[in-house]
Design a protein around this ligand. Sequence first.
Ligand SMILES: NC(=O)c1ccc[n+]([C@@H]2O[C@H](COP(=O)([O-])OP(=O)(O)OC[C@H]3O[C@@H](n4cnc5c(N)ncnc54)[C@H](OP(=O)(O)O)[C@@H]3O)[C@@H](O)[C@H]2O)c1
Length: 264
Amino acid sequence: MMKREIAIVTGANKGLGFETCRQLKDSGMHVILTGRDEAKVRKAADGLTAGGAEVSWAVLDVQDTESISRFADEVRDTWNGVDVLVNNAGVSDFGRFDGPAAELTVKTNFFGPMQVTGALLPFMHEGSRIVMVSSAMGQLSCLSGDLRRRFESPGLTRDELVELMRSFLRSVSDGTSAHKGWPSSAYSVSKAGLNMLTRILAAELSPKGIIVNSVHPGWVRTDMGGLSAPLDVKAGAKSIVWAALLKDGSQNGGFFHNGKPLPW
Ligand SMILES: NC(=O)c1ccc[n+]([C@@H]2O[C@H](COP(=O)([O-])OP(=O)(O)OC[C@H]3O[C@@H](n4cnc5c(N)ncnc54)[C@H](OP(=O)(O)O)[C@@H]3O)[C@@H](O)[C@H]2O)c1
């Protein structure tokens, strides 16, 4: 019998993360749901096993370095490699723009995926896929000319990107962010950073045959997206699942919605 692929999804206890797990499970993968709250993620996993399917769950808070490292140890000790990682966990700061809110947003949406990916990379192999769940709100058009040029520079390194994200947080705290050309949305900046991280990681990892893409799921009815959103989670998760199921590197290092490329 062929070995079932292993897929890890962050923020899987509800919303797009949970629906992504359902669709990946239906495609035949062994899914590991992760979430920061043990009771919630266990309950979510129970919801997926109702039909007799086997799934696993684990505690993972993407903001917490110790939690990430404990989870990586668990993966090393329990699973024989990681085929798919979906960095889905995210928070929004809609309606609030100050230092603490920006810190929480950038820590969860940018530094979280960066650290989780780094911790799980040792268990990935040729053909593994990393999916960053991003947003059209992070398209580079949200940045002013000079910042935009720095973000989209083909030579941008990971250290330079991290420094740009830190400089954004400093400028929010000292009240100079608008003057420096940042938008008044840490969510947008966090996802712009995540997209550039995708580009950098894809270039770094392509010699190893590891595929890295960002996706925009659309505006989806979840706790984050709200009741007015036009898409249900089933439709929204399709973009994510498409990238998780890519079979070769013909689409690598891009930003996609429903399998179609979007401009950074
Ligand atoms: N909905 C949309 O319209 C839309 C559009 C574009 C992009 N997105 C992106 O899609 C992703 C999923 O969003 P959603 O709409 O499904 O939102 P959601 O229903 O609010 O779900 C967010 C998930 O992230 C988890 N999470 C938050 N902080 C975490 C942390 N520190 N560690 C681990 N998990 C954490 C939440 O866990 P708790 O339950 O414990 O809080 C929850 O499971 C996000 O990255 C979001 O930015 C959504």
